[in-house]
Design a protein around this ligand. Structure first.
Ligand code: 13P
Length: 251
């Protein structure tokens, strides 16, 4: 059985004042049935880890460098994230693929570094609106999976997040059929490459405009093992009901 995962990506949002929201979340959802993860900006990681200490909430990074250390001004390594209290790291988010020109190979190298540091890699894939309209979604996702996932992963070290770029921050959400088609496809690709045991154990999250109002419907879709939530993860009053909906879907 795959344990459900509710992951929040704060992106470039949050200063010290927002740690209070994390404390509220830990108080209200620190013993959720689902695994709960918050990925704050790197500047808050260590204090965020302290804030959730004693609860079942984990913290993670939003990116890491492919190397352990060195002359890479402004970058953060997977070891540094781990040292700051991270258990997970998001890799290859579409905003990084776009803003920083990250290729599948870059993503794979970063994911390798994350695994070497003992972090769980949350690798993101997703198509643009143009790619969907041209009926290329599965080809694009298949290519990203093949290029971005390193060898040797397991259900304990890898999570996949399917985030259609056109659904991120837009309020537009694919139909449940569209989500199911992609999640089933990802599952089949994982099983083909890593074998049925590993392929079935990797969690596949949906991300893109997940809100309290649509979470239950999304979590009922086959092979949706949770969500990677942006905007709605910033407020406990929004993220809390999403965690509750995920807990309920596991019943
Ligand atoms: P939104 O939930 O704000 O659409 O963001 C999704 C996302 O990009 C999470 O990584």
């Amino acid at each position: 059985m795959r344990r459900k995962l509710a992951a929040g990506n704060w992106k470039m949002n949050g200063t010290s004042a927002e740690l209070e929201r994390l404390a509220t979340l830990a108080q209200n959802h620190g013993a959720a049935k689902s695994e709960v993860l918050i990925c704050p900006p790197a500047t808050l990681l260590s204090r965020a880890a302290d804030t959730v200490a004693g609860s079942a909430i984990a913290v993670g990074g939003q990116d890491c460098h492919a190397e352990v250390s060195g002359a890479h001004t402004g970058d953060v390594s997977a070891q540094m994230l781990k040292d700051a209290g991270a258990e997970f790291v998001i890799i290859g988010h579409s905003e990084r693929r776009e803003d920083h020109g990250e290729s599948d190979e870059d993503v794979r190298n970063k994911a390798r570094a994350a695994l070497d540091a003992g972090l769980v890699a949350v690798i993101c894939v997703g198509e643009s609106l143009g790619e969907r309209e041209a009926a290329n979604t599965l080809d694009i996702i298949g290519g990203q999976l093949a290029g971005s996932i390193p060898d040797g992963v397991t259900g304990h070290t890898l999570v996949i997040a399917y985030e259609p770029i056109w659904a991120i921050g837009t309020g537009k959400v694919p139909t449940t059929d569209q989500i199911g088609e992609v999640h089933d496809f990802i599952r089949a690709r994982l099983e083909r490459r890593f074998g049925a045991g590993v392929g079935r154990s990797v969690r596949i999250l949906y991300g893109g405009s997940v809100k309290p109002g649509n979470a239950t419907e999304i979590f009922a879709v086959s092979n949706v093992d949770g969500a990677l939530v942006g905007g709605a993860s910033l407020k406990p009053e929004d993220f809390g009901p999403i965690i509750d909906a995920l807990d309920a879907s596991a019943d």
